[in-house]
Design a protein around this ligand. Sequence first.
Ligand SMILES: Nc1ncnc2c1ncn2[C@@H]1O[C@H](COP(=O)(O)OP(=O)(O)OP(=O)(O)O)[C@@H](O)[C@H]1O
Length: 340
Amino acid sequence: MTLLSVRGLGKRFGSHHAAQDVSFDLAAGEILALIGPSGCGKTTTLRMIAGFETPDAGQVLLNGRAITDLAPERRGIGMVFQDFALFPHMTVLDNVRFGTRDGQLATARDMLGLVGLDGLGGRFPDQMSGGQQQRAALARSFAAGPSLILLDEPFSNLDPILRSATRREIRRLLKSTGLGIVMVTHDQEEALSFADRIAVMSGGRILQCAAAREIYNLPHDRFVAGFLGRTNLIDGVADGAFCATALGRLALARPATGHVTLSLRPESIQLRPSDAADAGRITAVEFKGHDVTYWADWRGIELQVDALAGPHLNEGAGVIPHVIGRAVPLARTDTTPSDA
Ligand SMILES: Nc1ncnc2c1ncn2[C@@H]1O[C@H](COP(=O)(O)OP(=O)(O)OP(=O)(O)O)[C@@H](O)[C@H]1O
C-alpha cells in the first residue's frame, strides 16, 4: 500500500530551480534514499515533505491525505537530522519524552528500549557515543507515533569504522517498525546498502528511481551509471539485442539501435592473459587486499577491471578482455546539471 505520494514537487529560490517535478511513491515499510551531488535538491525535497519548505508546485500525500498545506507538527512525520538535534541540557529520556504526544514517561522508556538504549535514559547526550546519540534521536522521532520518518544524512557524523555496523543495526531496527523511510545521502555505498529503492537526483530532478540492484545493474543514463559506482563507457553500433564494439559483439541488457554508449561495470569484464602480438596491455594495477583493480589499454580504449585477488597480472602483461553478462545501453539524454 502506498504510504507517501510525492507528486510533481517544485521549488524555486529566486530564479534557481532547487527542485523540479519531483515525484515518487513510497510503500509502508520501505526505505527510499534520495542521492545526488551537492546542491541537486535532496534536502529541499525532504524539507518540502516535512513541511519546513513550501513547494511552488505539486502535492504531498500521506496515507492518501493531502498534507501539503499542513504545519510540520501536524503531518505525522518524524525527522532525524544530521547532527541528531538532541537538546544538550536534557537527559536522553527527557529528550525522547519531549517527542511523545502526551509526555508519557512509559512511552519514552518503550522507545528507548526499542532502540536498545535501556538503562541509558539518565545520561545527557554528551555522555553518549555518536551511534547512541543517533539511536536516541531515532527513539525521539518514533515517540510521536509517525508512519513516516525522514532521515537527513543520518550516518555522516559517525566514525567511518562504526558507520557500516550502525547502518546494519539501524536498518534492522527500522525494518522491524514497518515505518516508511525517506533518507537523504550523498554516499553511494550507503544508498545501495541501506535503501530498498534509490532516487538519483541532479539539477533538481529525479533522473531514475528504482530498486538498489536495478539502478546499479541497469542505470538509465551516463550520469546515473557514473554516480552509483564506477563504470566503463564503450561506444558501439547496436542492432536490437546486440552491439558491435571494440570488445566484440556484446549482448545488450535492453534493446537499442544505432550508435550507443554502453555501460560495463568493472566486475563485468575479465582479463585473460595472452601472448598474442595484438593483445591489450595492463597499464596499472591497484591491489586492495581482497580484490584488485586493473587498468588495461585495449586498442586505444582504457578499461577498468575489478577482479578478486587471484593469480596476479603485472603491469605490462598482455591480456584479452572478455565481457561477462550484458552491457547496458545508456539513454542519450544530457543530464549534466545545468543550473546547479
Ligand atoms: N533557503 C534557500 N535559499 C536560497 N537557495 C537555496 C535555499 N535552500 C537551498 N538553496 C539552493 O537550492 C539548491 C538545492 O539545495 P539543497 O540543499 O536541496 O541541495 P542538496 O542536494 O541537499 O545539497 P547538499 O548535499 O550540499 O546538502 C542549491 O543550489 C542551494 O544553494
